[in-house]
Write a protein that binds this ligand. Sequence first.
Ligand code: SF4
Ligand code: SF4
Length: 81
Amino acid sequence: MIKGTIHVSIDICKGCELCIAACPQESLALSEQINKKGYRYAVLIKDNCTGCVNCALVCPDAVITVYREPKSAKKREAVEA
Ligand code: SF4
Ligand code: SF4
């Protein structure tokens, strides 16, 4: 299985939870902390992300960048969403 991970641009997240609902791996949750806007933000809480890109596609503010790491590749590859 392809291993994935995400980067969240914390300070532009508005905590709408769309990405959390869209993740088939249940890998996402809202943070306990708040960002500069006063919102809890999306965080990766498990190590089971597959890089499916669902979260990035549903995010209305392009907060999430998805990376996939194929087993044979040394470099991470950013996935266009
Ligand atoms: S890329 Fe897919 S598996 Fe990974 S956090 Fe986003 S929705 Fe979940
Ligand atoms: S969908 Fe986007 S704005 Fe909404 S909680 Fe997820 S990362 Fe934040």
